[in-house]
Design a protein around this ligand. Structure first.
Ligand SMILES: [Zn+2]
Length: 118
């Protein structure tokens, strides 16, 4: 069982493989509370992996929040980054040639007569 670095809760196995006669070796985990994920990496990557690193998997960005050596293995923890659809809105260049240079011609109201008595 693996503990979530964020909430301390137990993470459940998200993926397991059978390798080298070892059945159902767990290689990935997920926290049910905050969607933190953990996965195994080769320990030699330890120095190349930095907390705060952001990568993208299947269009979903995530940030590395924790890493630890567990036995002979490196475990890295990520939290998903939720973004507000940055690609959704086409960014239009602001109109720069046109400037509202003239003061509004409106706002002139006829003066002189006040309503009321005749
Ligand atoms: Zn958690």
């Amino acid at each position: 069982m693996r503990a979530c670095p964020k909430c301390g809760g137990a993470m459940s196995a998200a993926k397991s493989i059978t390798v080298g006669g070892l059945e159902n070796k767990e290689i990935a985990w997920r926290c049910q509370h905050d969607q933190i994920t953990a996965e195994l990496r080769h320990p030699v990557q330890y120095v190349h992996i930095h907390v705060g690193d952001v990568d993208e998997i299947d269009g979903h960005r995530r940030r590395l929040v924790h890493k630890e050596i567990s036995g002979a293995e490196l475990v890295v923890y990520h939290e998903p980054l939720i973004e507000k659809s940055p690609a959704a809105k086409p960014r239009r260049a602001a109109p720069r040639a046109r400037r509202a240079a003239k003061p509004s011609a409106r706002g002139k109201r006829p003066t002189g007569r006040r309503p009321g008595r005749d």
